[in-house]
Design a protein around this ligand. Structure first.
Ligand SMILES: [Zn+2]
Length: 72
């Protein structure tokens, strides 16, 4: 499994031990190939986890694009 690095802001859980991280599964989970990582799950830090979860019905790239448009 990949270490916790937020897919939106790229903060690394190993550098920010006080941050909470969580995994979100997106619509295109079948298509996301990540060696030794559960399929389709992306890490998000506590600041972006809630919004990512709300957008989990989208493909992951669409969800990330939407979040960037919203300014995080
Ligand atoms: Zn983040």
């Amino acid at each position: 499994m990949r270490p916790p690095i937020c897919d939106f802001c790229d903060r690394d859980g190993r550098d920010h031990p006080s941050l909470e991280f969580g995994l979100v599964s997106f619509r295109n989970r079948e298509l996301l190939e990540q060696p030794s990582h559960p399929k389709g799950l992306l890490w998000f830090c506590q600041d972006h986890l809630a919004r990512a979860s709300e957008l989990s019905h989208l493909d992951s790239h669409r969800a990330l694009q939407r979040m960037r448009e919203e300014g995080g």
